[in-house]
Every structure is written in C-alpha cells, then in structure tokens.
Design a protein around this ligand. Structure first.
Ligand code: PGA
Length: 257
C-alpha cells in the first residue's frame, strides 16, 4: 500500500481564534484534502488547539501541537503536558523545531524525553531535525542531522516507530531569510536519513518530510522525489489557499499518481 503524502503547516505564533476559525472553514470545504493520496495536517498555537480540533473533527485533516513538556502534570508553570495535548483532541505533536532549539535552548536529550512521552500518550511525534549553515559549511550536515534523529529516537520501542514522523528542516532554509534547499540537496539528505534510521516493525521506512521555505513554485520538484514523504510548510501555507495550492501541485508531481 502506498503511503499518503503528508502536507501540513505550523502556524507558529500566529492567528487569533477568529482567524483560526476562518482558516478551518476553508479547509473544511476543500475536497482535495479528502483525497486518500494526501494526509493533511495543521499545527495551530495552543490557544486555538481545541477549537481547531473541533472544527476539523469530521475531516481527515490531522491536528497537532507545536511543543509540549514531557511530564504528564505538575509544577511546570507555562508548560503544556502530553495529556493536555491529547485531551484537546490532537493527533500530532511537533517536537524540536529549530526555533525551539535556538530560542528556548531545547536539547536533543529533552526532545528524546518528549518523543517518548508523546508516544506513551498515543500521539504522533513530528520530530524536526536540521543543520545550521555553519554545520553545513563545515561538512557536518549529515552527521548533525543523523545525530539529532538517533538521540530523539533513543529508547523508543520498535512497535512505536510506526507513529513517528521526521521533518528535515535545514535551519538555513527556514523563514523569511531562508534559502530553500534544492530538490537535489533535500533528496540527498533524505536518503542519508533513511539509511540511518530504523524501520518500523513491518519494515517500512519512517516518513521523512521536508520543510524550509516550501512554496508553490518549489513544491512540485520536492514532491517528485520518492524519498520525500511530505512537505511541512510555514509562511506559504498561513493562508488556506496557499496550503491547498501546494497540496494540489505536490500531488500532481508525486510519482505514481
Ligand atoms: P517556512 O517555515 O516555510 O516559513 O520557511 C518552515 C518551518 O519552520 O517549518
């Protein structure tokens, strides 16, 4: 069975409840997202998480949180637990985004604790990995990314791996000042990651998505590579039309579709 192609967005620290509701209303009516060859997902800020889960509950679109603590509950002011994420109705939790690693000092060891906690709670961790421009210039890109993946997955039982998603997001490619990776570079790194990662208990490779300045112009060549299992989009999907345009073009470019 071919796996659906993942297409999703994190809104980062954007959107009020009203804006979130408008976005969900547009997705709700989009036939494209009901195509079984696609698996859409939206990752709103915590404030909109339960509303977005409710608004998209009768669609196949999955919803995720942007981060969480590893503990189930306790004296961790300002944090959100895996239990709370699940309680909102979310399926996915994004972990280890480079903005969290850089601005909030998140370490690989902390991400590993969060991955295990997410899996224990029945969530799908979407583990973000990626090298900085400096690591790339020094020739350490693949070593960095593979180390991040290995530490994030340390101690995860093989039966749980089928719920793990990886997003390769080179730090130099993300955001306003980012340069998107070429399909050639992204494909090369995706193959390195695939070689280094364990497979699921059924022998399937873990899905590795690409993220970092994905836009309507570059999505087709990225989606055309069989080793890229999906696209994780920021700015270009903050309007629903952007997400849908990318989904449409990616699906058309997907091998075997
Ligand atoms: P961008 O963000 O598409 O705006 O570069 C990607 C990300 O941070 O996941």
């Amino acid at each position: 069975m071919t796996m659906p192609f993942w297409i999703g967005t994190s809104w980062k620290m954007n959107k009020t409840l009203g804006e979130a509701a408008d976005y969900c209303a547009a997705l709700h009516d989009a036939e494209l997202l009901r195509d079984p060859r696609l698996q859409g997902f939206v990752i709103p800020p915590f404030t909109a998480l339960s509303e977005v889960c409710r608004a998209l509950a009768d669609t196949p679109v999955m919803v995720g949180a942007q981060n969480m603590h590893w503990a189930e509950q306790g004296a961790f002011t300002g944090e959100i637990s895996p239990l709370m994420v699940r309680d909102c109705g979310a399926d996915i939790v994004e972990l280890g985004h480079s903005e969290r690693r850089e601005s909030f000092n998140e370490t690989d060891a902390a991400i590993n604790r969060k991955v295990k906690a997410a899996l224990a709670q029945g969530l799908r961790p979407l583990i973000c990995v990626g090298e900085t421009a400096e690591e790339k210039a020094l020739g350490a890109a693949a070593d960095t990314v593979i180390r991040q993946c290995r530490i994030a997955l340390g101690g995860v039982p093989v039966e749980a791996l089928e719920r793990v998603l990886i997003a390769y997001e080179p730090v130099w490619a993300i955001g306003e000042h980012g340069t998107p990776a070429t399909a050639e570079d992204a494909g090369w790194m995706h193959r390195r990651i695939r070689e280094a990662l364990p497979t699921t208990a059924q022998g399937a490779p873990l899905p590795v998505l690409y993220g970092g300045s994905v836009n309507p112009d570059n999505c087709a060549e990225l989606a055309a590579l069989p080793e890229i299992a999906g696209l994780f989009i920021g700015r270009s999907a903050w309007r629903p039309e952007g997400l849908l345009r990318i989904a449409e073009r990616a699906l058309a470019a997907r091998p075997g579709t």
